[in-house]
Design a protein around this ligand. Structure first.
Ligand code: SAM
Length: 319
């Protein structure tokens, strides 16, 4: 499936909940956050139907996200039902890892093999500060169990935050010692914490102190990140730089929020409602036509997205 700018769209990011067990200061909306009422959140049946329709249209890669997806009951069963669909190429999960140790066996049994775990610092005190009280040891326990179980690739998302995780050495050490792919991410400008922005270029300069990084093969499911490694490193270091190194020209994704709003671009306010038609008996063709509509509305790049989402958290704008 191609959009108006000839980009192949084959990836859908599905937020299964807006609830989260962390309160990361940069992800929080500025205003009081109003949780979506439970009856407005798409049921697994509705989500599975949507996945099947998207699959028919050529979208065969799915990422499950949130809020914190592991907060939603029976997530592993839902993942299993997606993994088992014919022609699915890739299913992955983005999690803060806090509940990973509880669900690691279920997720493996469900057929999930790829994980992205968000860990912004390896310092317990700073982790609690950034996340509003999260327990880093619990996340690292989940990471170790995931490695033992054989999940691969495991990617670690690290949002670059001035004054909070300036020391990147612990992440270089982590990627040297373990087969994990650490990705440094530029803070989204709509974050309530814009003052903490650090560019990828700044991070690269700091990383140069640890040795000569050479270009590395991207791990499976590679999105917009570029990867590098030091000699002998078991994993790699990647960069996701939406501001300083735009990658809109290769964007391949659509996003579905927990209440069924389909967004063609993270930076746009525009979305198409799928929940109402799904609940009012729309046919697969009618739902498919709405997906095509979102595809047609996908802007060429973030500058043309026309969004006014400043001050909102990522949870609020679709995972
Ligand atoms: N709860 C899950 C997690 O923590 O991975 C999934 C949802 S979370 C919104 C997905 C990712 O978005 C996390 O890696 C988080 O750090 C990142 N994120 C949230 N707000 C962001 C922002 N303003 N700029 C850049 N990344 C952000």
């Amino acid at each position: 499936m191609k959009d108006s700018f000839n980009r192949k769209i084959n990836y859908m990011r599905i937020s299964v909940t807006d609830r989260c067990n962390l309160r990361c200061f940069y992800c929080q909306p500025q205003k009081e956050f109003r949780f979506i009422p439970h009856n407005e959140i798409l049921s697994y049946e509705e989500l599975l139907r949507l996945v099947k329709i998207a699959l028919e249209m050529g979208i065969n890669r799915f990422r499950i996200t949130g809020g914190e997806p592991l907060m939603r009951k029976n997530l592993s069963q839902f993942i299993k039902s997606v993994v088992e669909l014919d022609r699915i190429k890739d299913v992955s999960l983005t999690t803060n890892g806090l509940l990973l140790s509880h669900f690691i066996d279920d997720l493996w049994e469900a057929g999930l093999r790829r994980l992205n775990i968000s860990i912004d610092t390896l310092d317990q005190k700073k982790y609690a500060e950034i996340t509003g009280g999260g327990d880093l040891n619990q996340v690292l326990k989940g990471l170790n169990l995931a490695l033992e179980k054989g999940f691969s690739p495991i990617k670690i998302n690290v949002v670059l935050l001035k004054g909070l995780n300036d020391d990147l050495a612990p992440f270089v050490e982590l990627a040297s010692r373990l087969p994990v792919h650490v990705r440094f991410i530029e803070l989204m400008e709509f974050s309530p914490a814009r003052d903490h922005f650090v560019s990828c270029a700044d991070a690269r300069v700091r990383l140069a102190a640890y040795g000569l990084f050479e270009k590395a093969e991207p791990p499976k499911g590679a999105g917009p990140a570029r990867y590098y490694k030091l000699k002998g490193m078991k994993g790699s270091i990647g960069f996701i730089c939406p501001y300083t190194e735009h990658f809109c020209s290769s964007c391949n994704r659509l996003r579905v929020s927990a209440d069924g709003k389909l967004k063609p671009c993270l930076f746009s306010d525009w979305s198409v409602d799928l929940k109402t038609p799904l609940r009012q008996g729309a046919t697969d063709e009618e739902v498919g036509a709405l997906i095509l509509r979102a595809l047609r509305e996908k802007p060429e790049n973030r500058f043309k997205a026309g969004g006014k989402i400043k001050g909102k958290g990522l949870r609020e704008v679709g995972g």
